[in-house]
Write a protein that binds this ligand. Sequence first.
Ligand SMILES: C[S@@+](CC[C@H](N)C(=O)[O-])C[C@H]1O[C@@H](n2cnc3c(N)ncnc32)[C@H](O)[C@@H]1O
Length: 63
Amino acid sequence: MISKNYKIYNKSCYGLSELENESIDALITDPPYGISYQNHYWDKDLPKREIWEDTLRVLKEGS
Ligand SMILES: C[S@@+](CC[C@H](N)C(=O)[O-])C[C@H]1O[C@@H](n2cnc3c(N)ncnc32)[C@H](O)[C@@H]1O
């Protein structure tokens, strides 16, 4: 039997600085869309550019 160790992070997308470059296999997210969905405060704005820059940095190529 092949055994592999995986690690799951469940956290804010801000602050991925502790993660190494190209170290993540998959990032699953359902971010705010900036459409004020049902007038929710968290949907007033889109996520900051920093999130997507960090995301691209930590994801492995082809992930
Ligand atoms: C489109 S909703 C996703 C709802 C979720 N998929 C559900 O079914 O309950 C966006 C969610 O992102 C959360 N959110 C906003 N900023 C966040 C951040 N920096 N990190 C993690 N979650 C955040 C909001 O609180 C909101 O619940």
